[in-house]
Every structure is written in C-alpha cells, then in structure tokens.
Design a protein around this ligand. Structure first.
Ligand code: F6R
Length: 258
C-alpha cells in the first residue's frame, strides 16, 4: 500500500484533492465514491476552492456515498445526504441526477441495497473511492467482524462508533443504531482507493490497517489486498507506524518529489 505522510490535516486534505483532480483530469466523467465525517471536510473544502478558482469541473461526474444512518430522512441535519449537500454538492456543479446516497428511509432495504450495487455497476464501477477510518478500524460502517466479502447491507453500529459519533448528535442515545453501508467487497472493487486519516486518536487503527494482519477485526486492513490503495495520513495518525521511516524515505525518493 502506498503511504503518504503529511505534516498536518491541511496538507492531507490538499494532497487528497490533487489525487481527485488527477483522476478527473484523466477521466472527466469519473465515478467517485465519497465518505462523510470530519476527515474529508478539508478535502471537500479544497475541491470547492479548486472548482471556484481553477475551474475543476464536476459536470460529468457521478458520485456514490458509502453509507447513511437508517431512520434519518434526507432533511435531517445529521443525515449523510444533508452533510454531502451542505459540505460539497451545493457548492460544485455535479448534476443532481448523478448523486447517489444510500436511503435511510426506504421501505425495502434488501431491494434498495441490491439496486444500489446494480447502479454502481451500471455506471461503470467506482474509479476513486475516498475513505475515512473509524477508531475501531472500520471503513464505511463495516464494523469489526464484518465479512471482507460483504456487499451493501444494513449493519448495527458498534458501541465505540456510536460514542465517537455522539459528538454530532446531542448524546449517544440520539445516534441511530443501524446504518446502510457499502460492504468491504463493494469497496474493494473500486479501481483506486484513497484512505484519509488525521489525529492521534486514529493512530492505533491506522497502524493495524497498514501493518497488521488482514483481518475482519480491522476492516480497513482489507485494503492491503487492493492493487491501487493509498493512505494519506497526517503525522499524528502515522505516529504508531513501525515503518514510518521507510514511508518517508520512499516519498523523499519519488522521482517528482520537491
Ligand atoms: C463515513 C464513514 C465512516 C467514517 C469514519 C471516520 O461515511 O464511512 O467510516 O469515515 O467513521 O469518521 P471521522 O472522519 O468523523 O473520524
């Protein structure tokens, strides 16, 4: 896995935005897989800036979000649909009809999950998947013990995730217990994967994901099986990596390094 260690959150976000821009440059009608949460906020801010100031164009782009809380309508301020609207979509020119976020209020989740997977396939598959990582090592809402072959489905959130996400709600009791989430198998089918992580609280999960064994107990470790996965992480998130020196050496020796 390619590991890029950045000075801080800001540099992580800008590096990630450059990767998105490179993908769009090569393929203006790329399909992007997107994440919510605190981690990608800086990336989305930078993409908005690039759209406004540098003409980064999303007019042919299609997006699929990873997950959504079950029970929250699109209008709920904590729904991931609302989050994406506020923090990215309403500021760029991605066509409304090209935006897919799993539904948290469908009457038939099994059928919806199948349809979501089918839409991804019909759109040609995901070219670049953006991921965050939970403190328990999850990607999307694939909690520890999730099958590494899993597809889009309903998952029960782990207590740790509910506590982590309580900061967005009034209290842990208000965090929905279920989410609809792409599976690890769905994510692994993306052509390119970019995992972002920032802050010391992510360091144990990041180390386990990059350097630990591939295990369903840390679903992010499944990225080790992907042929084009990169981790862009800040120094704090990288602080428990045993091979940190090596990753920094590799970066310094890159042909186009500054
Ligand atoms: C969100 C998602 C989650 C988050 C993870 C980290 O769509 O899929 O896996 O990426 O929980 O969340 P933050 O970035 O808030 O620390």
């Amino acid at each position: 896995m390619e590991v890029i260690v950045t000075r801080d959150y800001d540099e992580m976000s800008k590096t990630a935005a450059r990767v998105v821009a490179q993908v769009l440059n090569l393929k203006p009608n790329a399909v992007l897989g997107l994440a919510t949460g605190s981690t990608p906020l800086g990336l989305y801010r930078e993409l908005i800036r690039m759209h406004r100031e540098e003409g980064l164009d999303f007019s042919q782009v299609t997006t699929f979000n990873l997950d959504e809380y079950v029970g929250l309508p699109r209008t709920h301020p904590q729904s991931y649909y609302y989050f994406m609207q506020e923090n990215l979509f309403k500021h760029i020119n991605v066509p409304k009809q090209n935006i897919y976020v799993p539904s948290g209020t469908t009457s038939n989740y099994a059928a919806f999950c199948q349809w979501y997977e089918q839409r991804i396939r019909e759109c040609g598959g995901i070219d670049l998947q953006v991921l965050g990582i939970g403190t328990d090592g999850h990607i999307a809402f694939n909690e520890p013990s999730s099958s590494l072959g899993s597809r889009t489905r309903i998952k029960t959130l782990a207590r740790q995730t509910i506590e982590d996400n309580a900061r967005f709600f009034g209290s842990p009791d208000e965090v929905p217990v279920y989410a609809i989430t792409m599976g690890v198998g769905t994510i692994l089918e993306a052509r390119k994967i970019m995992l972002l992580a920032s802050g010391r609280q992510k360091a144990p999960a990041v180390a386990a994901a990059i350097e630990g064994p591939v295990t369903s107990m840390i679903t992010a470790s499944a990225l080790q099986l992907h042929r084009d996965a990169m981790c862009i992480i800040d120094r704090e998130a990288a602080s428990q990596l045993k091979m940190l020196d090596y990753y920094e050496w590799v970066q310094a020796k890159m042909p186009n390094a500054p």
